[in-house]
Design a protein. Sequence first.
Length: 82
Amino acid sequence: PQSGTQFQNALHSTTAALTPSFGAANALHPAQVTLYQQLSRQATTWAFVDVFRWLSILCFACVGLVWLNRRVKPGKGPAGAH
């Protein structure tokens, strides 16, 4: 309910801001396009942030796995070799 109210308020204020340029009868469509473009940019930005977070978690997990592995001592063959 809150987001619907916020969207309607933003649409109303954007329509009011575009009314001098487009006229009262034609300002609704450009206002909707403007809000759609803003929402699309925000969604793209948050998608980038989400992917960045997951990749950073994966990177830290890989670093932890590397630190947990034992070092191979020189002169010894691989495990299981005779």
